[in-house]
Write a protein that binds this ligand. Structure first.
Ligand SMILES: Cc1ncc(COP(=O)(O)O)c(C=O)c1O
Length: 366
């Protein structure tokens, strides 16, 4: 619908509006000029794995061996898929938050597993709680998937909540797949890497990548870090499905990790400014919104209109030409909410808020 309309402001697509910083693009250009056009190791380039190991050591104090504990993947998307395919037997259950990133449930099903959604709510700032997970654990449960900062809610997991999930993982001998693709996009709070908690490195498949922090969604590059047996099992699938991640993108990622920090910080400052504007604006027009502390999403309630989130999103697009994603796309508990991505310019956010204000004024029921 959106592509057939003009003058639409999109708060829909979940990707940075920034172009990849120039020196990172230049590293890729140089790699082509220098003839780096062949396959790399199935694991990915050793230099990149070494830089990732350094990043995880310096930032989170975890030691991963670059040879055998890190695998370069085609985005977190591939990392998530092959992690599931490596660990699941048919009928294994995998716990996921509800709402969650759209790919989690279908990838689990495609890998032969059964997704078990755990409701989260505005009252708990959409944080998945160990006390809600525990009653859903059965002898079929293989893993818990957590993703934070979260898509679609922007929720960040506090250390205490993570510690309680870690205790459950120990008690019930579960693996944890931790999708930390938004780790750098936090605003005034700490991102705690799940694998950095005591005893958790052995049980965690840590997934991260370059899409969000470095504005590199189109480069398709990510990585998985885990114990050697798990990485070996994932490698068996990766080497036949992908062979290796793109060489040019790996060269660019080395440059990103070595020299990209100041640009990441600049983009985070910009997102933070937009975050404040959109959260304040949504609350002002009656779409109440908890304060998201990470990623680049606001997740306001549309209760005031008594519409379904799909109806709201469709009417808003048709009547005011603002595109948002209905919360129901992310699970049953997303019903009654919208995902508004604020990785777009401030003037566009301000104009979108004006249009949404007009729309809510027209349709509100209370
Ligand atoms: C939570 C989450 N995980 C993974 C991805 C996909 O990441 P990648 O581009 O590294 O495949 C996204 C993209 O929106 C996401 O929001």
């Amino acid at each position: 619908m959106l592509s057939s309309m003009e003058d639409v402001i999109s708060l829909g697509v979940g990707e940075p509006d920034f172009v990849t910083p120039w020196h990172i693009r230049e590293a890729a250009i140089h790699s082509l000029e220098n003839g780096y056009t062949m396959y790399t190791s199935n694991y990915g380039m050793l230099e990149l794995r070494q830089e990732i190991a350094k990043y995880l050591q310096v930032r989170y104090g975890i030691n991963y061996h670059p040879e055998g504990e890190i695998l370069i993947t085609v985005g977190v998307s591939e990392g998530f898929d092959i992690a599931l395919r490596a660990i699941l037997n048919p009928g294994d259950e995998v716990i996921i938050p509800d709402p969650c990133y759209v790919a989690y449930p279908p990838c689990i099903v495609l890998a032969g597993g059964i997704p078990v959604p755990i409701p989260t709510s505005k009252e708990n700032d959409f944080v998945i709680k160990a006390s809600d997970i525990e009653p859903q654990i059965t002898e079929k449960t293989k893993a818990i998937v957590i993703g934070y900062p979260a898509n679609p809610t922007g929720a960040v997991m506090p250390r205490e909540e993570l510690e309680q999930i870690a205790a459950l993982a120990q008690q019930y001998d579960l693996l944890v797949i931790s999708d930390e693709v938004y780790d750098r996009l936090v605003y005034g709070v700490e991102h705690v890497c799940f694998a950095s908690l005591p005893e958790m490195k052995q049980r965690t498949i840590l997934l991260n990548g370059f899409s969000k922090a470095y504005a590199m969604t189109g480069w398709r590059l990510g990585y998985a870090a885990a114990n050697h047996q798990i990485i070996e099992a994932m490698l068996k699938i990766h080497q036949y499905a992908m062979l290796c991640a793109p060489t040019m993108a790996q060269m660019a990622a080395i440059e990103a990790l070595k020299h990209g920090d100041s640009e990441v910080e600049g983009m985070v400052r910009e997102y933070d400014q937009r975050r404040r504007v959109i959260v304040k604006g949504l609350n002002k027009i009656g779409l109440t919104c908890f304060e998201p502390k990470g990623a680049f999403y606001a997740f306001p309630s549309i209760g005031i209109t008594r519409m379904s989130s799909e109806e709201f999103a469709e009417k808003l697009l048709m009547e005011e030409k603002v595109a948002v994603v209905p919360g129901s796309a992310f699970g049953q508990c997303g019903e009654g909410y919208l995902r508004c991505c604020y990785a777009t310019s401030l003037p566009d956010i301000e104009e979108a808020l004006l249009r949404m204000g007009k729309f809510v004024h027209k349709h509100k029921k209370t």
